[in-house]
Design a protein around this ligand. Sequence first.
Ligand SMILES: Nc1ncnc2c1ncn2[C@@H]1O[C@H](COP(=O)(O)OP(=O)(O)OP(=O)(O)O)[C@@H](O)[C@H]1O
Ligand SMILES: [Mg+2]
Length: 252
Amino acid sequence: MRKIVIANNKGGVAKTTSALNLIGYFAKKGYKVLAIDLDPQGNLTDAFGIDLENLEKTAYDALKDKDLSESLLSIAENIDLLPSNLDVEKANLDFVSILGRELLLKKGLSKLEDNYDICIMDTSPNLSTLTLNALTSADSVYIPLKSGYFEMRGASVLLEVIENVKEDINPNLNIGGVFLTQYDSRVNMASEVIEQLENYFGDKLINAKIRNNISLVEAPALMKNIFEYKPNSNGAKDYEALGDEILKREQI
Ligand SMILES: Nc1ncnc2c1ncn2[C@@H]1O[C@H](COP(=O)(O)OP(=O)(O)OP(=O)(O)O)[C@@H](O)[C@H]1O
Ligand SMILES: [Mg+2]
């Protein structure tokens, strides 16, 4: 199982939208996908049509027990989900005194190595214990960037954290890439800016750009991913290109 985390400590940069549609794309291609929602907001869980109020077990229980199996929900033929809701926020407080609290998810995931091809983790817009658990257990991290100068500065903070995680707890963590979301070529991306990004991120900058597309906003409200909702939209084309590039980078 190749474990991929979508992370950016900045809010609203399309982490969840990207997780949802990459999960949908990989499942459509026949990969067995484990989806993990580590955000107490539960947006990914919600997008799958799961009632956040009535979850028997969540990512909190899975981390506490270092065992995911009892918390998993079957979503579709190729998708299982470790769901999240506000309960999961407790992890950030309750686990403070646990030695090795960043390793809980990794231990749980190790029992599922053979059950899935790909694991996609969605994280919250902060660098909490939950996000650290994701970075600690992942093979690769992918960073969505909402185009613009200030967002780039935020990303450099995240890159620093990732370097620290690499140094201290997960030397194998690979920065898979950085990709642009909510992209509008008319407004915010003169070619000089793209050039700046290329200079800064080098080959970590992914070619596929996710354009602004209203269908990407509508789909989760209808409990669908973009491939189920509007397979011919720009959103579907862009997430297909991103998905293909990730599969290539991850060699799966
Ligand atoms: N390509 C896009 N075009 C138009 N709207 C988009 C696009 N991608 C995401 N959005 C919208 O932007 C908002 C933020 O996206 P999303 O919730 O995926 O971000 P996030 O990084 O997960 O946020 P948070 O940090 O709160 O978890 C949502 O309303 C989403 O529908
Ligand atoms: Mg989100």
